[in-house]
Design a protein around this ligand. Sequence first.
Ligand code: C5P
Length: 222
Amino acid sequence: IRRGVIAIDGPAGAGKSTVAKRVADSLGFAYVDTGAMYRGITLLGMRTGIAPSDSGEKLTELVRSAELKFEAGSGGLRVYLNGEDVTRAIREPDVSRQVSYYARIPSVRQVLTLLQRELAVADGIVMEGRDIGTAVLPDAEHKFFVTATPLERAKRRLKELNQEGYRLDLDQLVREIEERDRIDSSRSVAPLCVAPDAVVIDTTDLTVDEVVAMIVAKVGNT
Ligand code: C5P
């Protein structure tokens, strides 16, 4: 029997990664965090001085670069740049601020979308991002759109960042999250939006356990 593909989309900081990882664990599925791929390209661009506003030629160089490697593991994707493990570095606030500008470049999306489809050939996979149910895997058996209010998302992100030793201001984080949503939702290729056949889960007043249970129950019933 085919176990299928679960697509989980939603805006920044909605708790998608935590939820997707837990759903994958509980079903014995693999987990692919597509945001890590966009973050990898962004870090590469920042380090090589290739800006999103650069010429098509330079951007082609960026996406063709063989220096970036993704490795699916139990804890999510590990990202390597020139052999260096940058799995942590791609989470830095500087990368978060830049990533939407790289993610709206059509050639970047084209290359990463193909890679994501290749990864999804494996059966039993949870793939998480912004456009999985709408553009990457429109035929996914199960689609969820996980969201929360910007304030709640900023609070969750702040807690995470504090644990990692970053000191950021809540108001600033709300603004950054809203800005990222705005760019992600208004780009021309595969903008962030709810797939017509997705189940929308507003997690503002829900715990991670509750969200995971809702998704696992829904997948089990269909
Ligand atoms: O999920 P995460 O916050 O790590 O994603 C970082 C950024 O990568 C998003 O804000 C978005 O610009 C981009 N992204 C995307 N499409 C995806 C996943 C992420 O455009 N499928």
